[in-house]
Design a protein around this ligand. Sequence first.
Ligand code: SF4
Length: 143
Amino acid sequence: MARIGIITCANATQDLGCSSVVCLADLRKRKGFFAAYPVEEPLELMGIMSCPGCPTLAGFDKFLQRVRGLTEFRVGAIHLSTCMKYLCPFQEKYQTLLADAFPKISIVKGTHAEHLEPAKFRELVQGLFSQPRRTMIDLIVSG
Ligand code: SF4
């Protein structure tokens, strides 16, 4: 049995509302980056969690602390989500941190199949971030 953990991008999940539905669908269907597992090996999702957000240049330890939510449960592989692969400026550092701290865990860059070119995906995400949103500030300044 392959014991799998997934780490997603906090911007995608917490800011933009992704429920990881596409990652989980491809895991169930053994598509995308889950197609590489031998067909006779059952896939067990041990946990899925978002990154802790921007680590700054000084806070990479918070990423390692965060992934304890997966690493404490004998995962054999950690997948960095496809959105993280497309969006995250820290992904190489995260990969190195994980490989150094957990040499027995496979680190896989990607979850679901890549339906869009990275540049197109980033353009669409940029559109989501730049759409006007009403916040508490709108109440304060209109008060
Ligand atoms: S650190 Fe990377 S994965 Fe985490 S929220 Fe920022 S861009 Fe997304």
